[in-house]
Write a protein that binds this ligand. Structure first.
Ligand SMILES: CC(C)(COP(=O)(O)OP(=O)(O)OC[C@H]1O[C@@H](n2cnc3c(N)ncnc32)[C@H](O)[C@@H]1OP(=O)(O)O)[C@@H](O)C(=O)NCCC(=O)NCCS
Length: 156
């Protein structure tokens, strides 16, 4: 595959400690926090938020205004749709007390539809598909499709 030049839009706020892989495109008004690692040839759409220490693999597409908070780890060739919201604290408090950081995994080739909400600590399996608007409360098995709130597997 040809490697295109890395592009970081002038309005993007990328922490100096964050690592951005070769060929990745970081569009306008993206914020990428300290310790985040983004792989090669990704596309990070406008307004996306990539939290502290978040890991995104190679050839991923993170769409506009998706929020990947601390604790999210994304494999290779995954798709995160516009306005997808990951969460990392099951019982949140404004003062941050009793914060129990959860790790949420998105495995290789998984796709998450627009506006889905992903509860803390779940694993979205390889090549799984999460429908638009779903609320994912439990692990999603590889190669399955889930929709709805709470997200449930669609009959094959
Ligand atoms: C989940 C999805 C992949 C299913 O697509 P599909 O296999 O073609 O499914 P169909 O459209 O045939 O729908 C099958 C059933 O699931 C329902 N359904 C489909 N998507 C749904 C969703 N996101 N939430 C709830 N129900 C959904 C349909 O209403 C239909 O129900 P019915 O049989 O009672 O009529 C697709 O609907 C989806 O949500 N894609 C994500 C799109 C997106 O966000 N893209 C981001 C880039 S813009």
């Amino acid at each position: 595959m040809d490697i295109r030049p890395t592009m970081i839009h002038e309005t993007a706020d990328v922490h100096p400690n964050a690592r951005i892989g070769e060929g990745t495109q970081v569009w306008n008004n993206v914020q990428i926090r300290e310790g985040a690692v983004i792989g090669k040839n990704c596309n990070i759409g406008s307004g996306a938020y990539i939290g502290k220490d978040v890991v995104v693999g190679d050839r991923c597409k993170i769409e506009n205004y998706a929020c990947l908070f601390r604790g999210v780890r994304v494999g290779n060739e995954a798709f995160v749709g516009p306005h997808v919201c990951f969460t990392n604290d099951r019982i949140p408090h404004a003062d941050g007390s009793e914060w129990d950081l959860a790790v949420t995994l998105v495995e290789d080739g998984a796709s998450i539809g627009a506006n889905a909400t992903i509860l803390p600590g779940v694993r979205i399996g390889m090549n799984a598909m999460v429908g638009a608007g779903a609320v994912v409360t439990r692990d999603v098995l590889s190669n399955t499709t889930v929709v709805g709130n709470p997200a449930r597997e669609v009959a094959k």
